[in-house]
Design a protein around this ligand. Structure first.
Ligand SMILES: Cc1ncc(COP(=O)(O)O)c(C=O)c1O
Ligand SMILES: N[C@@H](CCOP(=O)(O)O)C(=O)O
Length: 471
């Protein structure tokens, strides 16, 4: 499989044909775009029927095989999937839980750091190891997090010899559990940087480093955010896993996805491109609702980020939205590059007609404020005995308010364990969720992080002077 950039001019990055291995190690394309497969692989209805009942690791290998073709053999991929998904806290890896006749929760938080990010990042860590070993190379990862990507990525790469990670988070804007899951990992290849500002600022610093020759000449940069295609690829699997249990390919389900950087829900779009019947994808946002506005009115303009009880979704600039706009807008890389250049200047853009029409064929959206999120948590607890996290609550609120026929099952993606956000959950339900034993003694461990202020230069210089390997 070959990979192309959404901005049209980067396939020859680093002098390698951009196969899966190249796209995984490159992370972000040098033209600032995001990598996508040159074409969507498609399963027939019979192929999908034959996937029914497969254990998660086998299903994962079946779904990912076309994307990694040429970079991993079927045996290598099968082995990786067994290693990664054999080690989750639930035998089903991502169990599907029924709430009532129509609503379901897809629990994605049974990995080591209790958020959906583990499903892909545990795989990405092993892919890095495999490819870097093969090439004899070293990778310096720079990442941005609003809480969950950071801990999952650090957990996936801590102690690896060929990888070093610099993770930027907005100081004071992640939950205590999220911060400690990052800062208590003491490994020589892990650096935690607390920046002044928002997640968007951290994400902008990361993208700027990929475009900064003083960094890319010196370091072999890699990405763990969902700008890295391999992240999304691994997330496609659980849409199939849930869809198959609800009758695919003979019945379509809808999915409500708590959304920030548009990665998780874009994986749902990919699943539909691959042949999974999907009635609708519901983009569920908190009050930082740029995506809701973009889908409703075509208005993709940023505002100030409002802190919420769903901090991981306090995001204005959703990186992966570019992938959708590129695909539904006819895959015109040069037009996309122009549109994104204008957006980066003005921090606002209007979707084109073809982008709006293309998106509205599958996507709808909903928005939840704090009260609505709280009510969703209360409903799940009082009516179904389920203690859910606030991000999942945003998804459930949007699911309950979507205009979807009563005969269509709606799956809300449960993206984090409630114990990551105990204060908000306790305020809503009266229940203080306990951290599962597999997380260990998080509050008894010492933290390590560096506070570096808000300037890009400070972040860049810290990375340059502390990275232990050069390109
Ligand atoms: C718990 C949780 N839910 C939802 C999201 C949103 O996912 P995405 O950024 O892929 O849209 C995030 C972070 O991104 C998260 O950490
Ligand atoms: N909510 C995320 C933000 C980064 O998203 P990513 O999926 O692009 O890595 C987080 O928890 O860090």
């Amino acid at each position: 499989m070959q990979y192309i950039s959404t901005r049209g001019s980067a396939p020859q990055d680093k002098n390698m044909a951009l196969d899966f291995e190249g796209a995984t190690l490159a992370g972000l394309a040098s033209d600032g775009g995001l990598y996508l497969p040159a074409q969507w692989p498609r399963f027939s209805e019979d192929d999908i029927r034959a996937m029914r009942g497969l254990p998660y690791p086998e299903l994962a290998a079946r779904i990912m095989a076309p994307f990694v073709a040429g970079s991993l053999t079927d045996d290598e991929l099968g082995q990786l999937c067994q290693e990664v998904y054999g080690d989750f806290g639930h035998a089903a890896v991502t169990p599907l839980v029924q709430l009532n006749e129509q609503h379901w929760l897809l629990e994605l938080f049974h990995g080591p750091t209790l958020a959906f990010k583990d499903v892909a990042l545990q795989m990405l860590g092993r892919l890095f190891e495999t490819f870097l070993e093969r090439r004899g190379e070293h990778l310096t990862i720079v990442g941005a997090t609003s809480g969950d990507t950071g801990s999952a990525a650090i957990r996936a790469v801590a102690g690896l010899e060929r990888v070093e990670i610099f993770m930027l988070h907005p100081r004071g804007k992640v939950s205590d559990v999220q911060r400690r899951q990052m800062t208590t990992v003491r490994a020589p290849n892990v650096h935690n940087l607390a920046i002044e500002g928002s997640f968007d600022d951290a994400q902008a610093h990361v993208k700027a480093m990929f475009a900064d020759a003083s960094v890319t000449k010196t370091l072999n940069l890699g990405a763990v955010n969902s700008i890295n295609w391999a992240r999304l690829m691994a997330q496609v699997v659980y849409y199939f896993y849930a869809g198959l249990q609800l009758g695919a390919p003979d019945r379509a389900a809808a999915y409500s996805v708590p959304t920030g950087n548009f990665g998780d829900i874009f994986a749902g779009y990919v699943a539909s491109k691959m042949g999974l019947p999907i009635e609708q994808l519901i983009v569920a946002t908190n009050v930082n609702d740029i995506l809701h506005r973009a889908l409703k009115d075509g208005d993709y303009s940023t505002g100030t980020t409002t802190p919420t009880i769903t901090p991981s979704m306090d995001i204005q600039v959703s990186s992966n939205f570019e992938r959708l706009l590129f695909d539904v807008g006819g895959r015109d890389g040069h037009a996309m590059a122009e549109q994104m250049r204008a957006f980066e200047k003005s921090r606002a853009m209007q979707l084109t007609n073809s982008q709006r029409e293309g998106a509205s064929a599958l996507f709808t959206s909903g928005r939840a404020d704090q009260e609505e999120t709280t009510r969703a948590l209360q409903w799940a607890y009082r009516n179904c005995g389920q203690v859910i996290d606030p991000h999942t609550g945003v998804g459930l609120h949007a699911a309950q308010n979507a205009d979807i026929g009563a005969d269509v099952p709606i799956v809300t993606l449960a993206t984090a364990h409630p114990a990551k956000f105990p204060d908000a959950v306790e305020r809503a339900t009266g229940v203080r969720p306990a951290l599962p034993a597999r997380v260990g003694d998080l509050f008894g461990r010492e933290e390590a992080m560096v506070e570096i202020g808000g300037d890009y230069e400070a972040a860049r210089d810290f990375v340059l002077s502390n990275a232990s390997a050069s390109a």
